[in-house]
Design a protein around this ligand. Structure first.
Ligand code: ADP
Ligand code: ASP
Ligand code: MG
Length: 406
């Protein structure tokens, strides 16, 4: 019997009525002849509410306690979903991440799955039950409960699909697929029928909030096709998989944007070997991840060094960089946190000239100043003023003809 893993996000499980709706959809899949494993996220905004509660009782909550607390959100949703299935006559059982055999490392709040022992899940499936697994959580070898980072139920679902050798993973949410850009920002965004893992990974890393990056990564490594579709209608959805047609390969597929950017410039840095390591090693040791780095050509052995970090890490990064800047005799440190990133993404730009020129030309026609540029083989990113992000997305979406049907 073919097996699928279905994941339902918080918006799809936000009320008792919606949970019953999801239960009916699961039963429909069973009637089509599938064994179904379901991964449930916490209902609606439960995770945010639990975090707020924790901070009301302690301004610096212990990470172990916080993870155990947050794991309960997914347990509430899975047990209710199992009960809804049972009330409709479908045998079902809910399991916590730990009961489902999901083991992780000890990094509370951002744990990584180390392995999955799906024996219990398989036993329940054999009994003809739908198995509902609480997403976003696992257990360490010391039996502490961990969580996998915000949005981590996607990761649970794809990892389980890989461990169970499921035919595919279906991710149900409140939009009916992956769009060429965030449909809430640009109503003319179009739904993609399919997309490669590689493109999807760049899109989610550079701002699409449509699926957790780690889930896409696991999908690619274990070759699990992932369908993104809506739990509110029967529209076809978007398939994330390995093979996409040649015609589609030759295009820009999406415009991603992100506002979580801050820029730091160290002005007047004496340029000699070891200077960059002297700045970026301490940043890495402080757990700050640096994105774009630009070093100007030096004049009279003096240069400027600019880099970006997540906005939430700006203060911390400045506290690391300012004393270093003073100690190496740099002139000053300046920062800006009113920035955004806009990226064009598509395997089509690999080995094909002209994409960068068209992007820069489009932004210049909109009178948008580009502050920094970074690229990968299938992506070009410009860092611009945050206030102009929406204009940039709209102009690029039109320039690369993403509003037209493929
Ligand atoms: P869930 O409640 O199911 O976990 P999420 O908030 O994690 O839902 O993901 C769905 C949201 O992702 C949508 O409401 C949509 O606005 C947002 N999103 C951002 N970029 C895109 C995109 N390019 N395509 C589709 N959805 C996107
Ligand atoms: N409930 C968790 C969160 O809100 C995990 C998830 O929904 O995937 O981040
Ligand atoms: Mg989510």
């Amino acid at each position: 019997m073919a097996l699928v893993v279905q994941k339902y996000g918080g918006s799809s499980l936000a009320s008792a009525e919606l949970i019953r709706n999801v239960a009916r959809r699961i039963i429909k899949k069973c009637r089509e002849g599938y064994q179904v494993v379901v991964v449930a996220s916490a209902m609606g905004d439960t995770t945010d509410d639990l975090i707020k509660l924790a901070y009301q009782v302690n301004s610096a909550p212990d990470k172990r306690e916080l993870d155990l607390l947050l794991s309960t959100g997914e347990i509430v949703a899975s047990t209710l979903l199992a009960m809804a299935l049972q009330s409709l006559g479908q045998p079902a059982v809910s399991l916590s991440g730990s009961q489902a055999g999901i083991r992780t490392d000890k990094a509370f709040s951002r744990a990584r799955i180390t392995d999955i022992n799906p024996a219990r899940v398989l036993r329940e499936l054999e009994k003809g039950k739908v198995v509902v697994v609480a997403g976003f959580q696992g257990v360490t070898e010391d039996m502490d409960i961990t969580t996998l980072g915000r949005g981590g139920s996607d990761t649970t679902a794809v990892a389980l699909a890989a461990a169970l050798r499921a035919e595919r993973c279906e991710r149900y949410t409140d939009v009916d697929g992956i769009y060429t850009t965030d449909p809430r920002l640009l109503p003319e965004a179009r739904k993609l029928s399919e997309i490669s893992y590689e493109e999807m990974l760049e899109m989610v890393t550079y701002g699409f909030k449509a699926i957790h990056p780690r889930a896409v990564e696991l999908g690619e490594v274990f070759n699990v096709p992932i369908l993104v579709a809506s739990s509110f209608n029967e529209n076809p959805g978007t398939l994330i998989h390995k093979e996409v047609s040649m015609e589609i390969r030759n295009k820009v597929r999406g415009i991603a944007h992100d506002t979580d950017v801050a820029k730091i410039t160290i002005v007047g840095v004496p340029d000699h070997p070891g200077i960059a390591a002297g700045i970026f090693m301490p940043l890495a040791e402080a757990g700050i991840s640096v994105d774009t780095i630009v070093q100007n050509a030096s004049i009279d052995n003096i240069t400027d060094l600019t880099f970006t970090v997540a906005r939430s890490q700006l203060k911390h990064a400045l506290s690391v960089v300012e004393p270093i800047a003073r100690s190496i005799g740099a002139k000053k440190v300046v920062s800006d946190d009113k920035l955004g990133k806009v990226s064009i993404i598509g395997t089509g730009m690999q080995n094909a000239p002209g994409y960068a020129a068209r992007m820069f030309d489009t932004l210049s026609r909109e009178n948008i100043n580009i502050q920094l540029i970074t690229t990968s083989e299938i992506r070009i990113t410009c860092i611009i003023d945050e206030g102009r992000l929406k204009d940039a997305v709209r102009a690029l979406h039109r320039a690369f003809e993403l509003d037209k049907a493929t």
